[in-house]
Write a new protein. Structure first.
Length: 244
């Protein structure tokens, strides 16, 4: 279905990577804004460090993109051991569970970045605690990408936390049409990013309730659930991923 939408929009699809659940086209539509969130307009990220707050599918994709684009220290802060294990497979160097009170996350990140903090922060949560922590772990002059949407108003230390530290904050609410789709399409087609660890469940569209149940389960045991309107495509995807 997404392939037809992309073709209608004029986005040319490339060849499918072996083992991907539904080829590069699906990822190009789903992950375009992740690419823009991570890279920004200057694409100046190679060799830099990043802290990603959140461990949902968006954050997991971001970890894979960070690795593919040359970031050197990738910190993943989340709350699900299942998801954080996937983050490791996607390329995260460090995973920190917020439930582990034995680890001082701020100190840990500083210890692994020469005492400076990370060059980039990707907030995929939008929770007040994540925003507060993100503004603490980022280095002076760093870039903070705000993608998560939480409830209500979030108070921040505007003067000391942002102004005096020279932090650049970019709000991400969409994608650059169609540049970001092209970028992610090329990454997927090249094999530099492998989405298979994230896509843990495949369902026929008529079984959408099972898909939502898997995605919203507690404790979480799902990365990303994909629904297929075409049973033949579902069967082929399961075979490619070794789930048949």
């Amino acid at each position: 279905m997404l392939r037809r939408v992309l073709r209608g929009a004029g986005v040319r699809l490339l060849g499918q990577r072996p083992g991907h659940p539904s080829g590069a086209g699906h990822g190009a539509g789903a992950d375009g804004q992740r690419c823009y969130t991570l890279l920004g307009e200057d694409c100046d990220v190679a060799g830099k460090t990043v802290a990603i707050f959140g461990d949902g599918p968006t954050a997991l994709f971001a970890a894979g993109l960070a690795r593919a684009c040359g970031l050197t220290q990738i910190f993943m802060v989340g709350m699900s051991d299942f998801a954080l294990a996937i983050a490791k497979k996607m390329g995260a160097d460090h995973t920190l569970n917020i439930s582990d009170k034995s680890v001082d996350r701020l100190q840990y990140i500083r210890d692994h970045t020469g005492g400076y903090g990370t060059d980039l922060v990707l907030d995929m949560v939008g929770a007040p605690s994540a925003v507060e922590e993100g503004l603490k772990v980022i280095r002076k002059g760093g870039r903070y990408s705000a993608f998560g949407v939480g409830p209500g108003v979030i108070p921040v230390d505007y003067v000391n936390g942002i102004v005096f530290r020279g932090i650049t904050i970019t709000g991400i609410s969409g994608r650059r049409m169609f540049d970001t789709w092209y970028r992610v399409r090329n990454l997927l087609a090249s094999g530099r990013i492998d989405i298979r660890p994230i896509v843990t469940h495949l369902f026929d569209l008529k079984d959408f309730a099972k898909g939502f149940e898997a995605a919203m389960g507690n404790p979480r045991q799902c990365g990303k659930a994909v629904l297929f309107p075409d049973p033949a495509e579902l069967a082929a995807a399961k075979k490619r991923m070794g789930l048949a």
